[in-house]
Design a protein around this ligand. Structure first.
Ligand SMILES: *Cc1c(COP(=O)(O)O)cnc(C)c1O
Length: 383
């Protein structure tokens, strides 16, 4: 992936920085869009995965909508040019100010996570003289079989409305004239690589969908969330996720009525592989049992390994040959969890070598922090 012409453009750059391969991003978007269009499925991009302006502009230009989880994401989506009727606002703790701003902007839909929130949105919509479209985020109690810190669809998670609360929701809706139920929404977790999980989700959605229909609520939108995973171990062999199979499963197992729309909210699978964190080796520390490469990037630039023991492929892109050594690859931050990988095999490495931490385009730059009063991480783009 990093041929000599790309490497030469890196040479004069101060590290660390995020490198975005915009051609790979475009290819990923095209494959996803085509696969979704085949079934007339709608995809909203989950902006929290990466709100880098250039990245988001490309996604907007490719025809995706925006799935936002804060008022500022809603604002940025609209500033970047997403049509208001393609902007969705989700999140378990929307503040009054955020709800008011979204109402002012006439966004398409609020994904609502509790009975209490229904009342609050209704009240604020009434005060603003508006009617808000809402979808109920329902916790389907489906295990995503992913890391426990990124599972969201179990009863023990804070997200969504549980099935035993649905009756109360439906009763509450009758008394709330300034909101309109347009959809039901589900999101069970992230980095899901076992696609049979999505089949289980469809079975649950069908069940809950029938429950609404039986009670006379016609549901216009079935929103099945995101969560499609990528192969962090093989960024070069599998640079684009299997969107075809993913959408095919929903086409096969999700029951739909005429005129009903199916919405998806993909984040990671659209952007992860096109981003790489590029860093330089500051120091090589050789211990008795361990060898460390101390990088100029740390958990302040890419938090996933420290936050949920995430794996990223790490390569020395300055050296293709040399005796293989096992290194712990660590950052400069004063935390023991500031470690990108343990016992990583790579050619013997030296101060100044460039290190690529792959597949960092999702939940990378967006989670950067100022801890240790670090500089804001920069971005570099391919042509
Ligand atoms: C984070 C999130 C997504 C996107 O998840 P990915 O795993 O990045 O696809 C979609 N919907 C909701 C509600 C989310 O919170």
């Amino acid at each position: 992936m990093f041929n000599s012409s790309i490497l030469s453009t890196f040479q004069d750059q101060e590290t660390p920085f995020y490198y975005y391969d915009l051609a790979l991003l475009q290819e990923t978007l095209d494959v996803c869009k085509q696969a979704a269009d085949r079934y007339n499925f709608h995809v909203h991009y989950a902006m929290k995965a990466n709100f880098n302006q250039k990245v988001v502009e490309k996604i907007k230009d490719a025809g995706f909508g925006a799935d936002c989880v804060s008022g500022n994401e809603v604002k940025q989506a609209i500033e970047i040019g997403f049509a208001k009727d393609k902007v969705v606002f989700a999140g378990v703790g929307k503040s009054d100010r955020e709800i008011n701003e979204a109402l002012e902007n006439d966004i398409f839909c609020f994904n609502v996570e509790s009975v209490q929130e229904l009342g609050v949105i209704n009240e604020l919509a009434a005060a603003a003289g508006k009617n808000a479209g809402i979808a109920l985020r329902i916790n389907p109690n489906v295990d995503a079989h992913t890391h426990h810190n990124i599972t969201t669809g179990l009863e023990e998670n804070k997200f969504g409305i549980n099935h035993w609360e649905l009756h109360d929701c439906v009763e509450a809706l009758k008394e709330l004239p300034n909101i309109t139920l347009i959809g039901i929404h589900f999101h069970i977790g992230s980095q899901i690589t076992n696609l049979s999980v999505f089949k289980s989700l469809c079975v649950k959605v069908n069940e809950i969908h029938r429950w609404f229909e039986e009670r006379g609520h016609s549901i216009k939108i079935l929103n099945v969330g995101g969560g499609l995973g990528i192969d962090y171990h093989q960024p070069d062999e599998k640079p684009v996720a299997d969107f075809e199979e993913y959408f095919r499963i929903f086409d096969q197992f999700l029951e739909r009525k005429a005129g009903q729309e199916v919405h998806f909210e993909l984040g990671r699978a659209l952007v992860a592989h096109s981003g790489t964190l590029i860093s330089r080796v500051l120091y090589v520390k050789n211990g008795i049992k361990k060898h460390f490469l101390v990088l100029d990037a740390g958990m302040t630039e890419l938090m996933r390994p420290a936050l949920y023991q995430a794996y990223h492929k790490i390569e020395n892109i300055s050296r293709v040959e040399g005796d293989v050594v096992k290194y712990d690859i660590v950052g400069p931050i004063c935390e023991s969890t500031d470690c990108f990988g343990k016992e990583v095999e790579m050619p013997q490495s030296f101060r100044g070598d460039m290190i690529a931490i792959r597949s960092a385009g999702a939940y990378g730059e967006v989670m950067a922090s100022k801890y240790n009063l670090r500089d804001q991480v920069k971005s570099v783009y391919s042509k």
